[in-house]
Design a binder for this molecule. Structure first.
Ligand SMILES: [Zn+2]
Length: 127
């Protein structure tokens, strides 16, 4: 299944998550939507899918709502058409890099913020 190729040149278009500009240990995944970016990117611009988590306003929110503890990264350029996106239930998220799984749950107070914003949160499956 291809379909990614081409179209990579117009990464200036709006509605696109930042792509991690480094793949060191500072990479973190959003605990709510699993978007992967660097700590600095979350710190400066927050999470494109979860602006209500206010990560760009308070770095404590970045620390609480993201984790460095995740497995695998997939790049989703067209989430509406990707099987992986359907499987991950991120079909409505904006294109970007996502991880397949995070092991931590979003802290309860932030889950409450999801509810307040009418945003669904799917906690990771427990073993
Ligand atoms: Zn997010």
């Amino acid at each position: 299944m291809r379909g990614g190729g081409g179209g990579m040149d117009d990464d200036e278009r709006v509605g696109h998550a930042q792509i991690p500009n480094s793949f060191g240990h500072e990479l973190r995944a959003c605990l709510r939507c699993r978007l992967v970016k660097t700590y600095d990117q979350f710190r400066e611009n927050g999470c494109e899918n979860c602006p209500f988590l206010d990560m760009d306003k308070d770095r404590d929110n970045v620390v609480s709502c993201t984790t460095a503890n995740f497995t695998g990264i997939i790049s989703l350029m067209d989430p509406t058409r990707s099987w992986a996106a359907r499987w991950l239930r991120i079909g409505r998220f904006i294109p970007g890099c996502y991880t397949l799984a995070v092991s931590e749950e979003l802290p309860e107070e932030y889950q409450g913020m999801c509810q307040d914003n009418n945003v669904q949160y799917f906690p990771p499956k427990r073993p």
